[in-house]
Design a binder for this molecule. Structure first.
Ligand SMILES: Cc1cc2nc3c(=O)[nH]c(=O)nc-3n(C[C@H](O)[C@H](O)[C@H](O)COP(=O)(O)O)c2cc1C
Length: 197
């Protein structure tokens, strides 16, 4: 299988699997492992939540000054991995991230509960915290600061969109003879290729 398939093909397949995961996973079907790396190639990985997906890519939101935020600013290459245990399926996505527009970050930020918006101000994500009390004190301070009116989006909080260059769909098959399809992006579309399991 070496044909070129249209640009939507792997996104459509992802959307189908994602919808099925939404029916069968007990928690967070949109949870995905996000791997980032320093410019000299030291990796780190953590879970984040997929908040939007279309043919442009996969969007998640975070503190831009966190470890992942700092790494992505210095090295935009990243990878995602979804594992839906109930379906015995995995999807891997690799590419570079780009910042989500300020308007889209604002729109998502303002859709979040008020306390989550206060939390985005209070949390200096990934930096040392001397005590739980210190965090609660910051939450109280920002609750007082934004007692009246909207809680604006902090400059240090926003979204990244991972723009796929490689997409791999893995599905469990008996005797570990699993089904794997890798889609690689080309100028004229995606090239699908089966891989040995
Ligand atoms: C299921 C799950 C979903 C998460 N979703 C997010 C998320 O969408 N954004 C985020 O910043 N952190 C999220 N976290 C927390 C991250 O895994 C991580 O602890 C935090 O972002 C700090 O990572 P960093 O130090 O590598 O920047 C999530 C954790 C779990 C377990």
């Amino acid at each position: 299988m070496t044909d070129i398939t249209p640009f939507e093909a792997p996104f459509t397949r992802f959307a189908e699997w994602f919808a099925e995961a939404g029916q069968s996973e007990p928690n967070d079907p949109n949870a995905m492992a996000l791997a980032t790396a320093t410019p000299d190639g030291r990796p780190s990985v953590r879970m984040v939540l997929l908040k939007e997906m279309d043919s442009r890519g996969f969007v998640f939101y975070t503190n831009l000054e966190s470890l992942k935020g700092v790494q992505l600013s210095a090295n935009p290459h990243a990878a995602l991995c979804f594992h839906w245990k109930s379906l015995r399926r995995q999807v891997r996505v690799e590419g570079a991230v780009e910042p989500v527009s300020a308007e889209d970050s604002d729109a998502y930020f303002h859709s979040r509960p008020r306390l989550s918006r206060i939390g985005a101000w209070a949390s200096r994500q990934s930096r040392p915290l001397e005590s739980r009390f210190h965090l609660e004190k910051r939450v109280a301070e920002y609750t007082a600061r934004f007692a009246v009116g909207e809680v604006p989006r902090p400059d240090h909080w926003g979204g990244f969109r991972l723009v796929p260059e490689r997409f791999e769909f893995w599905e469990d098959r008996p005797f570990r003879l699993h089904d794997r399809i890798l889609y690689t992006r080309h100028d004229d579309g995606w090239r699908p290729q089966h891989l040995f399991p």
